[in-house]
Ligand binder design. Structure first.
Ligand code: FES
Length: 269
C-alpha cells in the first residue's frame, strides 16, 4: 500500500465566516489561565525586588523565592550554603541568579506553553477556534527557539529544588536550638512536595527515566521509574498550577511573619 504524506496546509480551515462553531465557554480556561499567571507572575516579579522579609531567623524559615541566598547582602542566618558572592548593589535583586532559571523552567514548560499560547497569543485560542495569526513559524526562531532548551532548565531547576528541600528541613531546627516546628515548617514542606510533583512530572523527566530505550524488558528499573513518572505526568497541569500558587503563598506567609503581621503557630518548641 502506498501512503502519501499530506501537508497540513493541504487542508485549509473550512471557509466559514464565524471564528468558531463552538457554543461552549471555550474562552473561559484561557482567560482564567492568564488571570492566574498575571497575578502570580506579577507578585513574584515585584517580590524579588523587595530585599526584606525573606527570612525568619527565629524559626529558620527562608522563602523559596530567595533560595539559595549566597551573597554578602543576604541576612547571616539565611546563607544556608555560605557566602559565595560579594554584596549586591542595592538595585540588584538577591535572587538574580535563581529567578531567571526558575522563570525559564516555567516559561518553557510544555503545559505553560499551551496555556499562554492560547491565553496570550491566541495561537490558537482553543480547539476548533480560528486564530488571528496568518503565519505559523513554530519554535524555529528566536525567541521561541529557546523553548527547545526546556530539558536543560529542568536539570538546573532540579538542583535548585534539592536546595529548597534542604531549606525545608532546616525549618525544623529553630534558632533556639534542638528540634521544633510550626505552621511555617509545614508550609515549606508542602511547597517542596508540590515542587517535586511538578518537577518529577515534567516531560523531560519522563524522557530521562525511560527515553532512548529499545527494550523496557532489559531495563526493569528504568521501566519502573518511567511508569512512576508517567503517572505523575498525567497530573502535570495540576502540579503546574498548584506549585506556582504554593511558591507565591509560601513566600507571602514568610513575608507576613517576618514583617510581624502574623505569628507562627508552633506545634513543638
Ligand atoms: S513539561 Fe512542564 S516542567 Fe517540563
Amino acid at each position: 500500500m502506498t501512503t502519501t504524506a499530506t501537508r497540513p496546509s493541504a487542508h485549509p480551515r473550512a471557509a466559514i465566516p464565524a471564528r468558531t462553531l463552538r457554543t461552549d465557554r471555550w474562552w473561559l480556561t484561557p482567560l482564567l489561565s492568564m488571570v492566574f499567571l498575571t497575578v502570580a507572575g506579577g507578585y513574584l516579579t515585584v517580590r524579588i525586588f523587595i530585599p526584606d522579609h525573606y527570612f525568619v531567623e527565629q524559626y529558620n524559615y527562608l522563602t523559596p523565592v530567595f533560595s539559595p541566598c549566597i551573597s554578602d547582602s543576604c541576612a547571616d542566618g539565611a546563607r544556608h550554603l555560605g557566602t559565595w558572592l560579594p554584596a549586591f548593589p542595592t538595585l540588584l535583586p538577591l535572587p538574580l541568579l535563581v529567578f531567571p532559571i526558575l522563570l525559564g523552567f516555567r516559561a518553557t514548560c510544555y503545559y505553560y506553553r499551551k496555556a499562554y499560547y492560547r491565553g496570550a497569543f491566541l495561537s490558537p485560542p482553543g480547539c476548533a477556534v480560528g486564530e488571528p495569526a496568518k503565519k505559523y513559524s513554530g519554535e524555529t526562531r528566536f525567541p521561541f527557539i529557546v523553548q527547545n532548551y526546556h530539558r536543560y532548565f529542568f536539570y538546573v531547576a532540579s538542583l535548585l529544588l534539592l536546595l529548597n528541600t534542604y531549606d525545608a528541613a532546616l525549618a525544623f531546627l529553630p534558632a533556639s536550638g534542638g528540634f521544633g516546628f510550626g505552621v511555617g515548617s509545614l508550609v515549606l514542606v508542602a511547597n517542596v512536595a508540590l515542587l517535586w510533583g511538578y518537577t518529577l512530572s515534567c516531560h523531560a523527566c519522563r524522557h530521562v527515566a525511560g527515553g532512548r530505550l529499545r527494550h523496557f524488558s532489559r531495563h526493569p528499573i528504568r521501566y519502573r521509574a518511567w511508569t512512576f513518572v508517567s503517572r505523575l505526568n498525567a497530573k502535570h497541569m495540576q502540579f503546574a498550577w498548584a506549585s506556582l500558587a504554593s511558591v507565591a503563598l509560601t513566600d507571602f506567609y514568610i513575608l507576613a511573619l517576618s514583617a510581624g503581621w502574623i505569628s507562627d503557630f508552633r506545634f513543638f518548641n
